[in-house]
Design a protein around this ligand. Structure first.
Ligand code: UGA
Length: 450
């Protein structure tokens, strides 16, 4: 099928590239001209595993093109996927102005009726508003647009894998024709009928994903409900970690045993500095606001947010207890991305921590395997080092703020030698406390006996 993707950020670029990989003819557009130019020169604006190869391969095979001519892009596709940002407004509501502009664009530029698919994360009932906007903006042409919701469940770092091997595909539709069209679009993915770039041409042996058809409101709600539940799991684990500290239990033993119950599951029970990134914090906030608008106080999620906000305070208090005075001390920070395997620093707990340490009067040096460039813009007051050993040089404390696996594999003996004081504060429970102690470190983490 011919598909248009509007918005070439994380979601749009992965969606466009993977739909092309699945055999469709995809045109992507973005109002950021520099981004489109870069893509047309064979560059890639974001760091995402396998994305570069999928983009380049499909460009070469002419299934994936990029244009700044949004009108031409709209006219090219039978289905138009909206993948623009919906960042939080000051009051926590999602900013839907980009969706509104795209609705105007589609309605005024289209010459034939289109299926308009919301991929961006939006509050419930946006579909209704979108349909109305398309009708109002397109009243002169009188074209009938159909609207569907197709939320994405992509994790940064594994987004290509998540798109090509999803555990579920959710489509919210109003009519059978739309369902049929979306089934057709996703059929190659449901059947694994493409050369798998993630697993060297063979898809992993796993059952086909569930293709779930719901009404549009449900599809929109599923996204917020899923992300908020993931956030809830993390905050729950963090609260349990705090209790473990008070009562001498070990949070990793506790959550491991909890996770063996299939009703709970082992994932997203990792205690530490809490959740960040551009999705979980904003989606929890938007879900709280959405409930408020609907007349419900979602107090449970307010607590989830509060527990998460307090993670940095707790960590700084741990540091204060260990260092006595933070002001004037040299602190090294390993990790700036909001999680491992990404260069994304948006709403990263490590960046918040860095700011907090600066405010406390510490001298901060940091290193991240992928996110230095982005961090420099958000956190200008610190120094950046070329590798973890340089960060550790002469510091009074070394902090692990992101769970990059390579930090666990460092030569900790060497680090011990270069630190002014061998104090490690592990904000991601990445290292083994007894091994660290054996190597002569003073070591603190979350919810584990010291
Ligand atoms: C999240 C969801 O996991 C995806 O399913 C969803 O599609 C995506 O948002 C989205 O809405 O687009 P992502 O933001 O890439 O994906 O990151 P996660 O892997 O969910 O991690 C979020 C944060 O939680 C990170 O800061 C991570 O360090 C933290 N985390 C995660 C924990 O603190 N503990 C855990 O056990 C797991």
């Amino acid at each position: 099928m011919k598909i248009t993707v509007i918005g070439c950020g994380y979601v749009g670029l992965v969606t466009g590239a993977c739909l092309a990989e699945a055999g469709h003819e995809v045109v992507c557009t973005d109002k950021d001209e520099a981004r489109i130019e870069l893509l047309n020169r064979g560059g890639i604006p974001i760091y995402e595993l396998h994305l570069d190869e999928v983009v380049q391969k499909n460009r070469r095979e002419n299934r994936l093109t990029f244009t700044t001519d949004a009108g031409e892009a709209v006219r090219a596709g039978e289905a138009v996927f909206i993948c623009v940002g919906t960042p939080p407004l000051e009051n926590g509501d999602a900013d839907l102005s980009a969706i509104d502009s795209v609705a105007r664009l589609i309605a005024t530029e289209a010459r034939t009726p289109k299926l308009v698919v919301e991929k961006s994360t939006v509050p419930v009932q946006t579909g209704r508003q979108l349909r109305q906007a398309l009708a109002v903006y397109g009243r002169k042409s009188g074209l009938a647009f159909r609207v569907a919701s197709n939320p994405e469940f992509l994790r940064e770092g594994t987004a290509v894998e998540d798109f090509l091997h999803p555990d579920r595909i959710v489509v919210g539709v109003d009519d059978e024709a739309t369902e049929k069209e979306l089934r057709e679009i996703y059929q190659p993915i449901v059947e694994g009928r493409f050369n798998c770039p993630v697993h060297d041409s063979e898809c992993p042996p796993q059952g086909p994903p569930e293709f779930l058809v719901t009404n549009i409101n449900s599809a929109e709600l599923i996204k917020h409900a899923s992300n908020s539940f993931l956030a809830l799991k993390i905050s729950y684990a963090n609260a349990v970690a705090d209790l473990c500290e008070l009562l001498g239990a070990n949070v990793q033993e506790v959550t491991r045993a909890m996770g063996l119950d299939p009703r709970i599951g082992p994932k997203f029970l990792g205690a530490g500095l809490g959740f960040g990134g551009f999705c979980l914090p904003k989606d929890v906030q938007a879900f709280i606001r959405l409930a408020e608008h609907a007349g419900m106080d979602f107090a449970l999620l307010k607590e989830v947010e509060l527990i998460n906000k307090q993670r940095i305070d707790r960590f700084v208090e741990k540091m204060r207890t260990a260092l006595w005075v933070i002001k004037g001390k040299k602190v090294g920070v390993l990790g700036l991305a909001f999680k491992a395997n990404t260069d994304d620093t948006r709403f990263s707990p490590s960046i918040d921590l860095g700011r907090r340490l600066l405010a406390e009067g510490a001298h901060v040096a940091a290193y991240d395997p992928a996110a230095m460039e982005r961090a420099r813009q958000l956190l200008p007051g610190i120094s950046y080092a070329g590798d973890p050993y340089a960060v550790a040089e002469g510091v009074d404390a070394l902090v692990i703020a992101t769970d990059w696996p390579e930090f666990a594999a460092l030569d900790w003996e060497q680090i011990h030698d270069v630190m002014a004081r061998p104090l490690v504060l592990d904000g991601r429970n990445l290292l083994d406390p007894s091994a660290m102690k054996q190597q002569g470190f003073e070591y603190h983490s979350f919810g584990r006996p010291e």
